[in-house]
Write a protein that binds this ligand. Structure first.
Ligand code: HEM
Length: 242
């Protein structure tokens, strides 16, 4: 098991982060050097002022009213996924360090930080899982099947793998806490990787390894996939209001 963890949760992380950084740098360079379209790409209604354009960009990016109009069910699941993913991201930051104030605040209410994280992370993980299952069903049955290409299924399978393995750790990792994951992750960042015995000896060591395997592939593929919309949608929504 330790060899598997070394491949996916040490070397895989280094490789995938290197590919991600170089890939995104190439992507941004490519965007920046693409000649501007001589035709204005703005779509009605266009705000008259720069501030108006800025807020329209934020609204179009984070609320996506156009998607809500065209496909409300899809919009609902997409919102659910993104809000839950943001919550999971905030939770993942505990792997880097404990939040200030919050643990003490919860303690004063009689709630332990680990219990709170367990509930919050658990809810976020289940919501993300449901959203990805909806997306898979949407592309497997019904009219969207004909519009789907292998990349769509590949990305959904990757996301599903990441989320299912994360949920396995979250729901079955009894006795393994953020401090244990932190020991491993901070040692990675210090380029002196170690795995605490509680991780290697636990029932979730294989799901941690597989979570990281899917995360590695996702990071490697990200700059070359349609997932770059996470970053590109800000600028394209700005152009839409030109
Ligand atoms: C360097 C990248 C990542 C690391 C080191 C990491 C690590 C972890 C760990 C240790 C857990 C278990 C938390 C616990 O039970 O205390 C977890 C859970 C989870 N991870 Fe990740 N993960 C990473 C990236 C991602 C990404 C990119 C996604 C989603 C696209 C994701 C989705 C989840 C989900 C849904 C859970 C379960 C719910 C939760 O605990 O938030 N992870 N991850």
């Amino acid at each position: 098991m330790e060899t598997y963890l070394w491949i996916t949760a040490v070397w895989g992380v280094y490789l995938s982060l290197a590919v991600f950084i170089v890939g995104m740098a190439w992507r941004i360079y490519d965007w920046a050097t693409t000649p501007k379209s001589p035709v204005r790409l703005g779509m009605f209604p266009k705000p008259a002022t720069k501030t108006g354009r800025f807020f329209k960009m934020l609204k179009d990016t984070f609320i996506a009213p156009q998607s809500a109009r065209i496909e409300p069910r899809m919009w609902f699941f997409a919102m659910m996924f993104h809000v839950a993913a943001l919550a999971a991201f905030v939770g993942h930051l505990r792997i880097l360090g404990e939040y200030p104030i919050l643990p003490g605040l919860l303690e004063s209410m009689g709630i332990s930080m680990n219990d709170f994280a367990g509930w919050a992370g658990g809810i976020a993980g289940v919501l993300m899982m449901v959203a990805v299952m909806y997306w898979i069903a949407r592309r497997t049955y019904g009219p969207f099947k004909n519009l789907s290409v292998p990349e769509d299924y590949f990305l959904l399978a990757l996301l599903f793998g990441v989320v299912i393995m994360g949920n396995h750790m979250r729901f079955f990792g009894h006795g393994v806490h953020a401090t244990d994951y932190r020991e491993w992750f901070l040692s990675l960042l210090a380029f002196k990787p170690v795995f605490p015995a509680v991780l290697t000896g636990s029932n979730i060591s294989w799901s941690l390894g597989t979570h990281m395997l899917f995360v590695d592939v996702l990071f490697i593929y990200f700059p070359f996939s349609k997932l770059v919309h996470t970053i590109g949608s800000l600028s394209s929504n700005f152009v839409r209001s030109e």
